[in-house]
Design a protein around this ligand. Structure first.
Ligand SMILES: [Zn+2]
Length: 105
């Protein structure tokens, strides 16, 4: 394979292989067997594999921004109305933090 493969979008494994079946190509993870659909050309399968890989640093930045915006909103609300419950914001913050912990793990 001439083009570089991005890590597996499912498990993060760096090693993947090209699979050729009946004249069609797919890219398959060496760890979890996650794969693309079978396509006419290997470069198409590589492009499909790489297109599905999320940019994790961009996702982390977005999670950080969302968490900060929610926390700032909660702080503002509690500054104005100290007795208000922020259940929806607390629930969203907990969800964001749990997702980010998985991504960092
Ligand atoms: Zn994988």
């Amino acid at each position: 394979m001439s083009e570089e493969l991005k890590p597996c979008p499912f498990c993060g494994e760096d090693e993947a292989r090209s699979s050729l079946v009946c004249g069609e190509f797919a890219i398959m993870c060496n760890n979890c067997d996650g794969c693309t659909t079978y396509l006419d050309a290997e470069h198409e399968a590589i492009a499909a594999w790489n297109r599905r890989t999320p940019d994790l640093s961009t996702m982390r930045e977005a999670l950080d921004e969302a968490e900060k915006a929610l926390q700032d909103s909660k702080d503002f609300i509690l500054g104005q109305w100290p007795d208000v419950e922020c259940n929806t914001i607390d629930k969203a913050l907990a969800r964001l933090r749990s997702v980010r912990e998985v991504k960092n793990g």
